[in-house]
Ligand binder design. Structure first.
Ligand SMILES: [Zn+2]
Length: 195
């Protein structure tokens, strides 16, 4: 499904050097998944090719719209607001596509726990930048990130959905809702003043 996506390598941790799977976090990369899914359906069920094409085109337009919105909103942020701090290194594609600097407590696919040394390292890196908000992914315990927020005088900006959707009545019941939810949290968090 990720064919055609230029893989980013995991920079550190047990899986260092392996492809980072989190390309779906970027609306721009997601357009490739949509094309791949469309083509796979058409190969299996060529009779309905026209339907798959029009559904994929409609879905793709929504991703293009999210991409445009995100570029516009993040484009307004000053340089010191362009640092995206999360728990897991799940935002490398999103950050690269939208000009953000990604900082995480542990690498993609790594052990979900930061050492004391790593926490100090991250705090040192982002304290001087006056980062207004930091985030954590829904599949992880966010207590270290909340502590980091207190330590550097930032706010905990909320829970990003990355590796799974929410329940149907939750904040991210579909993939598009997941992206919208995350993009809203990120633009609000990074756009806000320090607490
Ligand atoms: Zn993940």
């Amino acid at each position: 499904m990720a064919a055609g996506i230029q893989p980013r390598r995991i920079p550190a941790g047990a899986r260092a050097g392996q492809p980072d799977p989190h390309a779906w976090m970027s609306p721009r990369q997601a357009q490739t998944y949509v094309r791949n899914i469309r083509d796979a359906f058409i190969a299996l069920d060529p009779q309905h090719a026209a339907t798959y094409r029009s559904c994929a085109a409609r879905y793709g337009e929504k991703l293009v719209e999210l991409d445009r919105q995100l570029r516009a909103e993040l484009g307004r942020l000053p340089a010191n607001r362009r640092t995206l701090v999360s728990c897991e290194g799940s935002l490398a594609y999103l950050s690269a596509d939208y000009g953000l600097q990604e900082v995480n407590l542990w690498p993609s696919q790594g052990t979900p726990q930061a050492s004391k040394q790593r926490l100090q390292e991250v705090a040192g890196k982002v304290r001087d930048l006056q980062v207004p908000a930091v985030f954590c992914e829904s599949t992880y315990d966010d207590s270290q990130q909340r502590q980091l927020a207190r330590d550097i005088g930032a706010r905990f900006g909320g829970t990003l959905f990355v590796d799974s959707l929410s329940s149907l009545d939750g904040l991210a019941p579909s993939y598009l809702e997941l992206l919208r939810h995350n993009l809203n949290l990120i633009t609000q968090g990074l756009g806000s003043d320090r607490p």
